[in-house]
Design a protein around this ligand. Structure first.
Ligand SMILES: [Zn+2]
Length: 130
């Protein structure tokens, strides 16, 4: 698959996702932060929620924030984990997230870590990844 280099705006999105999980990390409850840039350029953030039997992904929460604020289109999204890693790290959205992001916006940029550095690809290209 072809990946695209990230921009300054993408770095800003990574920083926003990192900040939200650094501020709100709670062992056993909140390990992942996500940030979504809407088409208007505004950044929305969310952290994942967890109980014994349920996980609500940070991407779901961040996307819900976009829609709850009256916006409908996404430009880009990233998720950062602080679970079991030495420093905040970009993660690949899970299958459920990939499906949801693609359903809402197949042209949404998804920021990933590829060979140790951030890159991005379209949600529609990510949906086919196993
Ligand atoms: Zn997920």
């Amino acid at each position: 698959m072809e990946y695209t280099n990230i921009t300054e705006e993408d770095r800003e999105l990574i920083d926003a996702a990192t900040t939200v999980i650094q501020k709100n990390f709670l062992y056993g409850k909140h390990h992942v932060g996500s940030a979504v840039r809407s088409k208007s350029g505004k950044i929305y953030v969310g952290v994942h929620l967890e109980s014994q039997n349920i996980d609500v992904c940070a991407e779901h929460v961040a996307m819900g924030m976009v829609v709850s604020n009256g916006e409908r289109e996404f430009d880009s999204i990233v998720a950062i984990t602080m679970w079991d890693v030495p420093k905040p790290t970009i993660i690949l959205p899970c299958n459920t997230c990939r499906e949801l992001i693609n359903f809402y916006g197949p042209e949404t940029w998804v920021i990933l870590e590829i060979n140790g550095g951030p890159k991005k690809c379209k949600a529609k290209d990510l949906i086919t990844l196993a």
